[in-house]
Ligand binder design. Sequence first.
Ligand code: NAD
Length: 376
Amino acid sequence: MLWDYQQPVAIRFGNGRVREIKDVAASMGLTEGGLLVSEHLFAQNGTAEKIVKDSEGAISEIFSDFSPNPDVTEVDKAAALIREKHLKFVVAMGGGSAMDLAKSAASIALTNDSIAEYHGTGKAMPQEHLPIIAVPTTAGTGSEVTCVSVLTNRALGKKAPIVSDGFFPSVAIIDPELTYSVPPHVTASTGMDVLSQAIEGYWSKGHQPICDACAIHAAPLVFKYLPIAVAEPNNAEARQKMCEASVIAGLAFTLPKTTSSHACSFPLTNIHGIPHGEACGLTLDWFARINKNAQHGRVQEFARAIGFEDVDAMADAIHELKVKVGLRTGLKDLNLNAEQIADLVRISRHPNLYNNPVEITDEMLQDMYEHLAATD
Ligand code: NAD
């Protein structure tokens, strides 16, 4: 087996470390021209302004004009601001949406292009980019350590990741206290994304030992701490452990890439508005059962390594976790017709599907979506 491992992001983890932004920037020689891409809540409640003030001139602009599952037009707007103000670096403080927008904007701003030219077209991103400091405010995507930027082109009805080495942030500052304000349903959904990334990173065709170890570390933390973080938003231990799981699951999937559940999440989010993590979790137990005997028993070994008797027991626990944290386990409320199910099958045929250890046929997808369409 041949494998390469590289992780270029410096990680600073712990409560209160958001206050280190200025020092981190200074250590990178960045003392002026910073753009803070800020989560809405922090732009509204004064946190973003305080970060700008505390930066003592290093950060001069705030951009928060973007939506969850950011649109290519919003990236272009952020890039235009960077060009107009001749900005030199980007601090991305928010969930995956803020970080992904910031990553693409930090690259595209050095060209006169629209990001739409690179989104889902296969055109390679330019390698030059502004330095990025990532500050996640959800325990979910792991975007702070990945080279991925997931964008949506609402005009074309397309959601897809762009991958570029230029998207790796230079530094990730993970401050669990920033996640206390995340509402319970978002906590649940983003936490399910963590579990999906760990499990899919492990069983991906591109699996490798270091990422396996990360997946085995991250997944049990989600089973244990996600219900607590949902029920008690200010529980310091649960928030800290979910942030730990999130960044380590990010490391688990970045190189192997995600698989079937992520492939299916794209149309579920794009067409039916199901939040990203909830959409991933919806099919995770189904694919666990499909993949259970793949890779000469590796998936069974994973289930045992994280404390289950076998993959079926793990799949049952995923289902129970969804129920416990209030996530959907079916699509019955959407009253899907045959044409809508056919669309889900067709659009799930995303490149990530081909990383799944078992070949997924259209019949399998049809079977799964019909089952989900009939399930509460
Ligand atoms: P998000 O960033 O879309 O945020 C979800 C909601 O929570 C938003 O309404 C946001 O305003 C709010 N929010 C975020 N932080 C908050 C806080 N601290 N307090 C209160 N509210 C807060 O959600 P996400 O799950 O973090 O990111 C999802 C996006 O990331 C999707 O587009 C997904 O496809 C993408 N993604 C990217 C990667 C990657 O490697 N780049 C990996 C997985 C997913």
